[in-house]
Design a protein around this ligand. Sequence first.
Ligand code: ADP
Ligand code: MG
Length: 149
Amino acid sequence: MERSTTIITQNERETRRIANAFAEELAAEKPVCHVVSLEGELGAGKTTFMKGFAEGLHMKETMTSPTFIIFRVFDLARSVFKRLYHVDCYRLESYEDLRALGFEDILNDPKNLVVIEWGNMIREHLPQNTVHIAFDVLAHHARRITITS
Ligand code: ADP
Ligand code: MG
């Protein structure tokens, strides 16, 4: 059964805080999923969410958009997950480009936490239990964030 939660944030800091809490929950003892799809227009807050998410995983690295390199991988030292993959499908021309980089194996390993900006572009290739997070721009600084799992 699908479950949706909607949160409205009024600034970047609030979005990061939501993402931080979400990451802590996801990385708890028994993860409910390991693939997260971030969906929404340019500037909606996907990379901002990723920054807070990384903080929630106690990572030291600062998240930036991997737009031109498709994905980045980070080792996770103190987590039930071994690695974090930060993917950006914005410039992806076809799913085959990701497949050629070994993405199927990456997705199939539950020790990998895979967070995908523009995940809607490869929706049919993502596992059933993927958590979808939609970002809608309501006003200059207001964003509606809908988490569906
Ligand atoms: P995306 O990755 O979806 O293209 P970014 O996270 O890179 O978007 O950019 C979001 C921009 O919107 C940033 O400049 C950020 O400071 C700004 N912003 C304003 N309000 C918010 C908010 N409530 N949540 C997230 N970002 C916000
Ligand atoms: Mg981005």
